[in-house]
Write a protein that binds this ligand. Structure first.
Ligand code: ADP
Ligand code: MG
Length: 414
């Protein structure tokens, strides 16, 4: 039983080593470092096998050294490196019969594996595991026979059984694990790629959404100018706002092209009253169209810190939703106040309202109840801007009655 115990101990050590190699492998991003790590694993495995080898008879030692040598050559290539190390290690134990057996067999194997390596890597997963096991059984068998020829034949049936079975089992377990690890890595790389593609497509959809708001405004003003002859002063004002909107659209495009994620480029003091007034100006045509009365309850002097153009974008999306929720008219209230160091902004509409489920899904990309009219990106953008400015949003809504968005920011102090 001594031999079996030793070989099983070899087996568990190799598996423990593999486990830790896998843990380190997880952190490697570069393919080359993973390959290098794999080579190191096999070298340490060969070393470990020697340390825990068992003497069967004079000059003959048993261990699982052939397993890392075979798998290393097949999976990592470099068969001469692994054969060389295996022989070198064996020489440390003396130049006895066992050494010459090892020397001869591993040199032959090195040539064989060098030749097999490209073919082996083209095989299917199961075939690779099978071929590895088969080669291990054959090597173990030849090793045993050689011992019989050069030294004395091994008579224990147990020695034969365990020296054929345990290496085969070890090879099977390790090559199966290596295949699984490889497979997981490939899947993960594929997922990462899909994620990137997804982000890019979100981004482009978001850009068109962001651009649509200013374009709608400009269109509204142009229509107003077409329908009626306004006094020169009024015309000037309309054109001024339209140009401002186009500038903002340009800025939005630049922002999105420069930064993949909403990063804040221009971080400065934001005068809440000024910015919200501008937002309501922008949405004025739309409110008129829907027959919505806008009520402002502003507290002056509220200042927060962030990017004003992003702030506007967040509230345009938010208030636009409120207006869209009141197609047959209603009232939109924007209320700002301060408690301690917290700035509160409340946006309330008397529109169609939302169910619990709708509230939960709010901000989910592409979640819209507006069919072709909606993109389902507005609230996603709004929430990400509020989050980036360290704000919090709370939503209350009742179907048929209306919705309230309560946003909190930290007040900016000098
Ligand atoms: P979109 O406006 O393009 O549909 P949003 O992300 O802006 O996308 O909004 C997602 C969904 O949330 C809307 O389709 C709507 O069902 C719901 N919603 C958002 N705000 C309100 C609101 N004030 N009143 C009622 N429903 C709203
Ligand atoms: Mg919207």
């Amino acid at each position: 039983m001594e031999i079996t115990k030793h070989l099983l101990m070899n087996l568990s050590l190799l598996l423990v080593l593999l486990f830790f190699t896998q843990l380190i492998m997880e952190r490697q991003v570069k393919e080359e470092s993973r390959q290098r790590l794999q080579i190191v694993y096999f070298i340490i495995s060969i070393f470990t096998c020697y340390i825990f080898s068992v003497q069967v008879q004079d000059g003959v030692r048993f261990d699982l050294r052939q397993v890392p040598m075979i798998l290393g050559s097949l999976y990592a290539g470099h068969s001469f490196l692994f054969a060389g190390i295996t022989i070198l290690m064996r020489s440390l134990l003396g130049f006895d019969d066992g050494f010459w057996i090892s020397f001869f067999i591993f040199i032959v194997l090195a040539f064989l594996f060098k030749w097999m390596h490209p073919w082996f890597n083209r095989l299917a997963i199961n075939q690779r595991v099978g071929v590895s096991i088969l080669l291990t059984v054959m090597t173990s068998f030849v090793l045993m026979e050689m011992v019989g020829v050069i030294s004395q034949p091994i008579r224990h049936p147990e020695a034969w059984l365990s020296f054929i079975l345990i290496p085969a089992l070890t090879t099977g377990l390790i090559s199966y694990s290596i295949e699984t690890i490889r497979q997981t890595l490939i899947i993960r790389q594929r997922l990462a790629k899909a994620d990137k593609i997804e982000a890019v497509s979100h981004l482009s959809a978001a850009i068109s959404h962001e651009i649509r708001n200013p374009l709608t405004t400009v269109k509204g003003f142009l229509q107003l100018l077409k329908e009626q002859d306004y006094p020169a002063e009024k015309k000037k004002e309309f054109i001024h706002i339209a140009v401002q909107e186009l500038n903002r659209a340009e800025e939005v495009i630049n922002d999105y092209l420069t930064f993949a994620r909403p990063a804040f480029e221009k971080v400065e003091e934001i005068d809440i009253e000024k910015e919200l007034n501008q937002v309501l100006n922008v949405l004025h045509p739309m409110a008129n169209l829907n027959g919505v009365a806008v009520r402002k309850k502003f507290t002056s002097g509220l200042v927060i810190f962030g990017d004003p153009s992003k702030f506007q974008q967040a509230f345009i999306n938010l208030i636009k939703n409120g207006l869209e929720a009141m197609p047959d008219g209603g009232e939109l209230t924007v209320h700002t106040f301060r408690t301690g160091s917290v700035v509160h902004i409340l946006v309330r509409d008397t529109g169609i309202g939302m169910t619990e489920e709708q509230i939960v899904r709010l901000g989910e990309p592409y979640y819209t109840t507006k069919g072709q009219q909606g993109t389902g990106l507005g609230m996603m953008v709004t929430f990400s801007i509020i989050r980036a400015m360290k704000g919090k949003a709370e939503i209350k809504s009742e179907v048929g009655k209306g919705s309230t968005f309560h946003i909190r920011f930290n007040h900016f102090e000098h």
